[in-house]
Write a protein that binds this ligand. Structure first.
Ligand SMILES: [Zn+2]
Length: 146
């Protein structure tokens, strides 16, 4: 459709199926709860505000594999994608950027610095140190808090 000036970005059925499979695998591995804050809200039976985050962004070549995924609530997913938080190189701890600030920072984010990140319920789902290293280099802002 580019010839007539239309460039409608419609996900392919294959891509949509891959997205669903990735999301389901990641959310299941973490029990539908955020690795940072453990929040896992539902409305009836439907999970709400719980998302499968790519550690290495899909847009930057990150694959849809479970070792590149983390279950996060919407807020922590956004903060992770903006580099306000990351995981330690062994993926066992939450690290918060020294650059994060703002109202109620401690309640929403700061208090999780240095705390254990939730672990997946499958050994083959543990985040890859390669993807975590990419996140440190390309996304995380500044240095971790002291
Ligand atoms: Zn969270």
């Amino acid at each position: 459709m580019a010839a007539v000036g239309l460039d409608i970005d419609t996900p392919s059925p294959v891509r949509a199926a891959r997205d669903r499979a990735f999301r389901e695998a990641v959310l299941t591995a973490y029990g539908y709860a955020c690795v940072v804050c453990r929040v896992g809200l539902r409305l009836g039976n439907a999970p709400v505000g719980v998302e499968a985050a790519h550690i290495r962004w899909h847009a930057s070549g990150g694959p849809d594999v479970i070792t590149n995924g983390l279950c996060m609530c919407s807020l922590h997913h956004k903060l992770f994608d903006r580099g306000a938080l990351t995981l330690s190189p062994d993926s066992e701890r939450v690290w918060v950027s020294e650059q994060a600030n703002g109202r109620n920072l401690e309640r929403a984010l700061g208090r999780f610095h240095g705390r254990k990140a939730a672990r997946p319920n499958r050994a083959d789902a543990v985040p890859s140190s390669v993807f975590v290293a990419w996140h440190h280099k390309e996304v995380f802002q500044g240095r971790p808090r002291d």
